[in-house]
Design a protein around this ligand. Structure first.
Ligand code: ZN
Length: 334
């Protein structure tokens, strides 16, 4: 079924255009209205198309700010190709400062390939998958840890199904040049319904990132996003003259997965003893869970059962059974 989302942008026209992906939404205050998801299109001569998105989760800010800064730069940069930018993809979630949409509770990074007849979140996903993916030669969807995770700055990608696709994805990761590049195994691992996994299934080289945490703006994460975007646009010939710092080299790693993660076995206060980026050993103390009610009860001691590098740590102290407290990664064999 065709998308009901529409735009005034003509993707084949040269120059700079700014409009919206207009998502029909009927509410008490606006019966025939639409949600304005900001969209920009920059087109120069012949060349590839980069699709750049952020705000897929509304409370993750490095990508949202980096794309706004990039858009202003591109308005005065000569292009050979096209750049389509949506800096606030789940606009209702961005406006609310929340991970998910307040309109339908939708998590935009779990509903791909979307549904043209669903709520606003599913309609946005469907529009991206059916109208934007077919125009794209590479896709970057910028995320951060959000309000609940303290994340090491990483870029992530799924390996392609063929050696040629894998090579294209490795090229994209090298060019983006985050300090760590994580090749996810593609099997489960939370990739189901994500934008970058859907793009990869379309055969488009795609990466996503985790660049900061705690619903704040990380200076380091912002710098990684900005320089990575500039390098990709330069290296792919889309913005051949854009200034971009040389990468300091990315380390290829892989997530250990649920077996290397620690989940809270009970409710309480989380008292962590390892930091993102730290190398941890089997048996090393990961932290404590202090019971909420009885101050005389000993806190529960948690230890790492697998060795690795801490990728993320839970951010809020108040913790419930089942919350992810730590995730680990390991150097990938090349
Ligand atoms: Zn996210």
């Amino acid at each position: 079924m065709k998308s009901r989302v529409w735009t005034m942008i003509d993707f084949d026209a040269s120059g700079m255009q700014s409009d919206f992906a207009r998502v029909p939404f009927s509410s008490d205050t606006s019966a025939y209205g639409w949600i304005p998801v900001p969209m920009l299109c920059f087109k120069g001569g012949e060349g590839p198309t980069a699709l750049l998105t952020a705000g897929t989760h509304g409370d993750e800010y490095e990508g949202q700010v980096a794309l706004r800064k990039l858009a202003r730069e591109l308005s005065k940069t000569e292009l050979r190709g096209r750049v389509i930018i949506l800096p606030a993809l789940n606009q209702p979630a961005v406006r609310a400062g929340r991970r998910n949409s307040p309109l339908d509770g939708g998590n935009l990074n779990r509903v791909f390939p979307g549904n043209p007849e669903g709520g606003p979140t599913a309609m946005i996903a469907h529009y991206v998958a059916t109208e934007l993916f077919p125009r794209a030669d590479l896709v970057i969807d910028l995320h951060s840890g959000g309000s609940s995770l303290d994340y090491l700055p990483v870029a992530l990608a799924r390996p392609g199904h063929t050696e040629t696709k894998s090579e294209a994805i490795r090229r994209l990761l090298q060019s983006f040049g985050a300090p760590y590049s994580v090749m996810t195994d593609g099997a489960g691992g939370g990739a189901g319904g994500t934008l970058y996994a859907a793009a990869e299934q379309h055969g488009i080289p795609a990466l996503t990132t985790e660049l900061g945490s705690g619903s704040t703006l990380s200076e380091t994460g912002l710098a990684i996003a900005e320089s990575g975007l500039r390098r990709v646009l330069r290296d792919y010939g889309i913005a051949p003259n854009i200034e971009a710092p040389e990468p300091s080299g990315t380390r290829l790693v892989r997530f250990i997965g649920p077996s290397g993660s620690i989940y809270s076995p009970r409710n309480g206060f989380f008292d962590p003893r390892a930091k993102p980026g730290e190398k941890v050993a089997v048996g090393q103390i990961a932290g404590y869970i202090h019971p909420l009610d009885d101050a005389l009860v000993q806190p529960l001691e948690l230890t790492f059962t697998v060795a690795g590098i801490v990728t993320f740590r839970r951010f809020p102290t108040l913790t419930s059974t089942g919350d992810a407290l730590f995730g680990l990664m390991t150097e990938a064999e090349t």
